[in-house]
Design a protein around this ligand. Structure first.
Ligand SMILES: [Zn+2]
Length: 168
């Protein structure tokens, strides 16, 4: 009997599965893409644990869209620098726009998708259906759009009821 046969193996990857994107985050990506038109927009996706968002599910929800620093964009290409994704545990992938409306990754996109788990392409004319999500291999994946309230990570929100309770 192997000495290490019964070592418990934690399910390291289950919790980090991406189960969806917050409606607000997707909206932000659309607004940024429209603002950048006719140039490409490129940003970074960040996620939070679903349970912290009050969802009764295991996994990660994309809650933030950050502009990739130093990204130069033109109508045909955003210079996607593989190094632009900081070594950030909350970073789950990328989002960028295709002003030509093609909702497919380019060869250049595919070469960079290996970094991160989820990659979103938003296309002109930026209707709410004009987007697709892809995995690291460039295969389309289903990503739920979730109506969640994203709590601020640094500050607490106090309601009047909380304040009244505190003063009582
Ligand atoms: Zn692209």
């Amino acid at each position: 009997m192997g000495l290490f046969g019964s070592i418990w193996k934690p399910k390291l990857f289950r919790r980090s599965e991406i189960i969806g994107i917050a409606d607000d985050a997707l909206q932000l990506a659309f607004e940024a893409s429209e603002d950048a038109h006719p140039n490409e927009y490129m940003g970074q996706l960040r996620g939070q644990d679903a349970r912290k968002l009050g969802l009764d599910r295991e996994g990660t929800v994309i809650t933030d869209v950050l502009l990739a620093p130093g990204t130069k964009t033109t109508p045909t290409s955003a210079e996607f620098k593989p190094t632009y994704l900081p070594n950030d545990l909350n970073s789950v992938g990328s989002v960028h726009s295709h002003p030509n409306g093609v909702l497919r990754p380019s060869d250049a996109d595919l070469a960079t998708f290996t970094k991160g788990k989820v990659h979103i392409i938003v296309g002109a004319p930026y209707r709410r259906t004009d987007w697709r999500a892809f995995d690291r291999n460039g295969s389309p994946i289903d990503l739920d759009v979730l109506a969640v309230d994203v709590p601020d990570e640094q500050f607490f929100d106090f309601t009047q009821a909380d304040i009244d309770r505190e003063l009582r």
